[in-house]
Design a binder for this molecule. Sequence first.
Ligand code: AFP
Length: 335
Amino acid sequence: MSREIPLPRDAQITLTQHILRHQSERFRGSLSTLITQIGVAAKVIAAQVRRAGIIEVWGQTGEVNVQGEEVQRLDEIANDTFMSVLEQSGCVAAMASEEEDDWLKVPEAIAGEYLVVFDPLDGSSNIEVSTSIGTIFGIYACSSPPQEEREVLLPGREMVGAGYVIYGSSTVFVYADQTRVDCFTLDPVVGEFLLSRPNLRMPTKLGMISVNEFNEPYWPEWMGALMAELKERNRDERVITGRHIGSLVADFHRNLIKGGAYLYPVDSHNKRGKLRLLYECNPLAFISRAAGGSDTWGAGSVLELHPTSLHQRTGFAVGVKEAIELVERHYKREG
Ligand code: AFP
């Protein structure tokens, strides 16, 4: 007599199995392969990060990237790894990287049907001090391979999925489609990402704020007023604490799990904002919203902005809904 095979416990479900099980009919097939391939790139990068300090990946290459920042060796390794895995995946038509001046077109013979935008190594100034860093990515479906830059400059709301990888005390892979966010942890023994936090939801209670407070002299007035209002909540009892790593992706991950908000407004030193719309803000805004959180550039979601250049920057706040509403209220009053 036959019997049904019992479903494995959640903790034993691999990234590939999970993606195949939850993929909507519309994107079945190639998108699952793409996400699996991003998982492969993440494992290769994680292996390099883990050995930083032992193998020669610390330090700068001597080059300056399109953002005007010193390129770290690990930045370059992560970028090359990500680009080569995406190109060879057969799922990608074009890509844009924070580390590259221009967008890249995949040769037609091996091109697929997705556009991927990514920051290969966010928080790279933390590499040498062994603090969490990560890769952020956003995925768009393209009906035909992009031929011109304007076809790559898509608003974030058109993404079909987004995610990030954190190389921290463990390596985690977070992936979101419009409906759910799941977190996988790399089991270094078996070399697989296993489902560790299914259907992640952002807490509704605000418990922490991530902001570089030493930017205060450059802040617009509304930012000072917002911070004062938040600090006032602690008068009788500490209900909010400050947590800021300086690795947006790691700060976001902690806020997603524990209930917090990350703030980086436009200021007098960063007149157009510091964070990059395509590679950092859009994917994290997408994930935040899929998890029940929110985001804003000041008066609306960054996902609604129509990018005009690849390396466009923006003011950004992301996290618990209540905090984002407060940001928008202050921005409106004084912005
Ligand atoms: P890097 O990848 O160049 O280290 O940039 C990191 C980042 O974009 C973001 O992850 C941080 O939260 C932010 O910069 C920190 O910038 P400040 O030093 O201006 O606070």
